[in-house]
Design a protein around this ligand. Sequence first.
Ligand code: ATP
Ligand code: HMH
Length: 274
Amino acid sequence: MHIVTTIAGSDSGGGAGIQADLKTFQELKVFGTSVITALTAQNTLGVSDVLPIEVSFVEKQLKALIEDFSISAVKTGMLFSSEIIQSIAHILSEVNIPLIVDPVMIAKGGESLLQQEAIDAIRSYLLPLATIVTPNIPEAETLAGKKINSLADIKEAAHVLLQMGVQCVIIKGGHLADQYYAIDYVFFQDGRSFSMQSSRIATKNTHGTGCTFSAALTAFLGRGLPIEEAIEEAKKFIQLAITHDLSIGNGHGPTNHFAYQNYKDSCEVIIHET
Ligand SMILES: Nc1ncnc2c1ncn2[C@@H]1O[C@H](COP(=O)(O)OP(=O)(O)OP(=O)(O)O)[C@@H](O)[C@H]1O
Ligand SMILES: Cc1ncc(CO)c(N)n1
């Protein structure tokens, strides 16, 4: 059994964060473990409060896992503070586990999930250790320090991030204005790059899409899939989860983590060299 770990915040509403990650892991038949960095009081309407966990306790959770399990992939989501980032980066730097960094910054409703001064800690401590980083467009703009208005801007931002030491950058296009397609852009250290295009689903139920995508990626990498295949399958997982979305709650509802198992042969993702 492959064991994977998520280091992230709890979403009481169950659609993002630790809860989305563990549901995704379960669906993809890997054994999910977790390190909780913060609690959020949250539902589909927004985040009403955040309670960060003490750094020493975050450390204890991660050390407890590393001490006992042979972990095949780790992902990070909401990390909240520079102190938490530095401490988990220090622990992860002493083990050799593929690391997927989802640089969560703000919730869909605009609430902050990462302190402003922690952005630098992601750049300096986490990206040099990371196998893959998965920013959405605003997160890529913040991390790279440049506005993104075109494909050329996406390429430039990805190269800035690659220079920080991460092996692969996936800039997710969920926030782009394209009416018909949801396109994600993938860049590797060795210069290879491609885009993944799927049809854009007209829905307000996109809570936790980024968490779910990076969790699926972690599960597939943890199962030993080659990196390109893991990336494509994760795109299929999120596409199906959005296509068969769940109308739960009164705001931005969650995606459907069950959909991949039922419909995986019916999902088309088109790959283009970029
Ligand atoms: N309406 C949509 N239809 C199809 N795919 C979508 C749609 N919105 C987002 N996606 C896909 O979902 C994945 C996550 O992208 P997105 O840009 O929404 O991440 P995010 O902003 O980090 O998500 P969140 O912060 O809500 O967890 C990407 O693969 C993106 O292409
Ligand atoms: C705990 C948590 N992590 C990540 C996100 C981003 O979707 C969220 N809304 N809540």
